[in-house]
Ligand binder design. Structure first.
Ligand code: DON
Length: 316
């Protein structure tokens, strides 16, 4: 059993994680979505929410940013609740593509099967599986699920949504290619639009930690006390994050951090330590794989300092 962490230990590790990397200037904001290019690169916030609902924050944890690909985790949670993990795995998959998150080649190589719900192809196929009467109802399901994970009502940043909708030609290509192989389960343009809206939802690093803590507890938001998803599905979601959360650098992340994680090109990084806590970090500059540089460093520091790596046997 891992030992119980004290509040003082978590606070100290968080302050260090922020202080150590605050001045790090590596990486570059995403620029293929015009809005993201102009977000101030120096922003940096890190939050931790524990499985018993304690909240720890440092830096720009209340600054809103676009959730981007981290939305894929919560869309997956919604669809898994609706159709079950067996159907999800059969229709989408749980394996790495070994290619970048927006790879067309990966789709061709596997005759249309997206392989996992976190590459753009799999994420759009996942959204196309949301069960509801209309596109608007599907959207309500998606945004309310994200809100229940965060413990507050979330909204779309219209500027991000417009910026992204005008420049998502590549995703449109992916969506139609998926459809040609029979892996789109709703009308194509509505799945693309709902996916894009989901990426444009605004969150903070503090929200992100609460969203992750809801996974760390096995599906109950530890701050609101609401059960958001079933315990059985949480393990499957964490398995997807473990295999595919940081795309083609997920192996490196596991090697260094040892936690299920998920990144977004808005600069957010989520790491979940099952049964214990979640880390939500935000810093816009990304590495070449599309993952926040300072977010990864902060998560690694916290994992090492607090002994969070899930692959390490605990004897204390
Ligand atoms: O579809 C896209 O390209 C973006 N809306 C989201 C991509 C993303 O966040 C990839 N993650 N690192």
């Amino acid at each position: 059993m891992p030992r119980q962490l004290s509040a003082a230990e978590i606070k100290a590790a968080l302050t260090e994680a922020h202080g150590n990397y605050r001045e790090n200037k590596d990486g570059k904001n995403a620029d293929y979505i015009p809005y993201l290019a102009q977000v101030p690169s120096g922003l940096f916030g890190v939050a931790v929410v524990t499985a018993d609902g304690q909240v720890f924050e440092t830096g720009d944890v209340r600054t809103a940013f676009a959730i981007e690909s981290i939305s894929k985790v919560f869309n997956l949670a919604l669809v898994m609740e609706q159709i079950g993990p067996v159907a999800l795995r059969q229709k989408i998959g749980a394996d790495p593509t070994g290619e970048p998150f927006n790879s067309v080649m990966a789709i061709e190589l596997h005759r249309g099967k997206p392989l996992n719900p976190f590459v753009n192809a799999g994420a759009m196929a996942t959204v196309s599986l949301v069960q509801a009467a209309s596109a608007e109802d599907r959207w309500q399901e998606m945004i309310s699920t994200m809100g229940r994970f965060a413990g507050r009502e979330l909204t779309v940043n219209q500027e991000v949504y417009t910026s992204e909708s005008k420049t998502n030609q590549h995703n449109r290509g992916i969506a139609w290619l998926l459809d040609s192989y029979g892996y789109m389960y709703s009308e194509v343009s509505s799945a693309l639009d709902l996916y894009t809206r989901g990426c444009s939802v605004e969150i903070t690093a503090a929200d992100l930690a609460a969203m992750g803590a809801t996974l760390a507890t096995g599906g109950v938001n530890p701050v609101t006390g609401e059960r958001v998803i079933s315990q059985a599905n949480v393990a499957k979601i964490l398995a997807e994050m473990t295999m595919n959360g940081l795309y083609d650098s997920t192996g490196d992340w596991q090697y260094k951090v040892g936690l299920p994680g998920k990144s977004g090109v808005g600069g957010g990084i989520l790491a979940v330590c099952p049964g214990r806590l979640a880390i939500g970090a935000f810093a816009p500059p990304l590495d070449t794989f599309g993952n926040s540089v300072r977010g990864q460093l902060a998560a690694q520091h916290l994992s090492e300092t607090l002994g969070l790596n899930i692959y390490v046997a605990h004897d204390d």
